[in-house]
Design a protein around this ligand. Structure first.
Ligand code: SF4
Ligand code: SF4
Ligand code: FES
Length: 239
């Protein structure tokens, strides 16, 4: 039986590229300097194809496909920035903006400008609304800013920490990141490694000290509330 080819050759935006089999279109594009925007994909996490911002046109097929998870195949003709692709990305960004507080998501804001996304395109869009969770001494969780990229959950699980402190509750629009049974973070398996904070693209997860300073608290006041939290271990919901 013939061995499967170990490399494949395809065309991306008119450039021919040969890559190892199973390379994703995103990786192949980056290898020749073609930039494809991403939100959920991150070098530290397994791509899941969630946000769809990385969609590309393959062989002018019926559906656009996410470059972060689709593997390259011989003879593919990929267009990463034609009008159809740009319209799709623009609409995704406009829908995200209608539902989520993106005010502290600089990369997404840059994409909004690059794709000409109209922040007022869906003015009646339902907002994701959650109380800010301040239940531990290290970081706050503001899921009003969460785009459900799963990066935090993935680094807490098999992609890095193997702690599994985070999971998803509810379904559809109401789905959100939480701890098991929504228990306060100090009662969960969390070891406060900070990896989730490090990969969050929107500042939904933010170091307590940074958040406290933004609220106008002094370092002493922040330390004092954090000390209280270690003793109390009860969540404070900041309305
Ligand atoms: S800080 Fe806690 S929740 Fe975040 S990745 Fe580390 S163990 Fe998981
Ligand atoms: S909290 Fe941040 S990292 Fe986690 S899913 Fe939301 S946006 Fe992504
Ligand atoms: S970056 Fe590919 S689907 Fe999110």
């Amino acid at each position: 039986m013939a061995e499967p080819a170990s490399t494949v050759t395809l065309t991306i935006d008119g450039q021919s590229v040969t890559v190892p089999a199973n390379t994703t279109i995103l990786e192949a594009a980056r290898s020749i300097g073609v930039d494809i925007p991403t939100i959920c994909a991150h070098d530290a996490t397994t791509p899941r194809g969630l946000c769809r911002l990385c969609v590309v046109d393959i062989n002018r097929g019926r559906l656009l496909q996410p470059a972060c998870i689709v593997p390259c195949q011989d003879g593919m003709v990929v267009e990463t920035a034609n009008e159809r692709v740009r319209t799709s990305r623009r609409t995704i960004l406009e829908m995200l903006h209608s539902a989520v507080d993106l005010s502290q998501a600089p990369a997404i804001q840059r994409y909004m400008a690059e794709y000409g996304a109209d922040p007022q395109r869906f003015p009646e869009g339902r907002r994701r609304e959650h109380p800010v969770l301040d239940d531990n001494a290290f970081y706050i969780r503001d899921y009003n800013k969460c785009v459900m990229c799963w990066r935090c959950m993935q680094v807490c699980a098999e992609d890095a920490q193997y702690i599994f402190a985070l999971s998803i509750d509810a379904r559809g629009f109401s789905s959100h990141i939480t701890t098991a049974f929504d228990i306060p973070m100090p009662e969960s398996t969390c070891v406060f490694c900070g990896q989730c904070v490090g990969v969050c693209p929107t500042n939904a997860l933010k170091p307590k000290i940074e958040w406290g300073l933004e609220q106008g608290l002094s370092p002493d006041q922040i330390r004092e509330t954090s000390r209280g939290m270690r003793r109390r271990q009860k969540p404070i919901r900041v309305e």
